[in-house]
Design a protein around this ligand. Sequence first.
Ligand code: BTN
Length: 323
Amino acid sequence: MSELNEKGICLLKLLADGKFHSGETIGLALGVSRTSVNNYIKALQSIGIDIYKVKGKGYCCVGGIDLLDAKKIKISSQSKHVDVKQIVDSTNQYLLDKIGDIEKGHTCIAEYQLKGRGRRGRTWVSPFASHLYFSFYWRFDSGIDRLSGLSLLVGIATVNALEKMGIQGVGLKWPNDIYYQNKKLAGILIELNAQATEACHCVIGIGINVRMSQEQGALIDQPWIDLNSLGTKQIDRNELSAYLILELERLLSEYEQHGLKPYLERWFNLDCFLNKEVNVLLADTVQTGVCRGVNENGALLLAVEGGIKEFIGGEISLRLLHK
Ligand code: BTN
């Protein structure tokens, strides 16, 4: 299924309250036959929505669903351009396809991604309404040259937004993974569309684990954690989206003027690997050293025999030697 039609969305909103709805009530609300109701239910189940049927009572969506709401996000963030989609291939691709027609700050958030993508060609598992799949567009008129520290800045903006939600203790792993107690909480994928001398168009994709089921978690090949296991408060994805928009707008505007320098101290405070021994993996090579933070260009500074070595680029990854 590539998108939910109007009736599918209507059914979703009906079941979102977590209560029982009879086939007859649903049929009336959607203006369709009982057989069609069955087909719509199957379509929602096929994208991972947990709906069950009890004879004599009807259909129920276990636990209810807290759906994304563009109106709420626009009011809290003061942003005019927020597209909330039920199903997309990838929220990043959605914005990349619109470059030229959209303004800075245009945001796309989806309940479900058919082809959610992660860094280094990986898939980003994107079950329905479980997590946050968020993309944000920005244009840098200065071109691509000064953007090497951008991914670090986006990591800081994400931590700021989480802190505004009352979530403390979140850290960053260079260049832009969001970690909590050595487990991945969120990831960032920045995709650029740029010609050498012209403005650089950036789509900043952020995926945050909100409520991971054991089944979904088993598909992930690294230690992970979700927001729901961090605190007592249920996470409101609309509120979190609004904070992300506000923080990204604020930090990106400042970054355009001053670069990463004003944020270096904040990075040092959030850096999970500072002063830790790591392996730096790049293609087939491994370099062991001690992390000494980053410089103004966003390069990782690694203390190795004979001095400090700088590393920069999205294809590099770090592995902690002692946990
Ligand atoms: C990573 O591998 O750590 C980066 C993951 C980025 C996932 C987000 S979800 C929203 C946006 N759309 C995508 O297809 N990917 C990013």
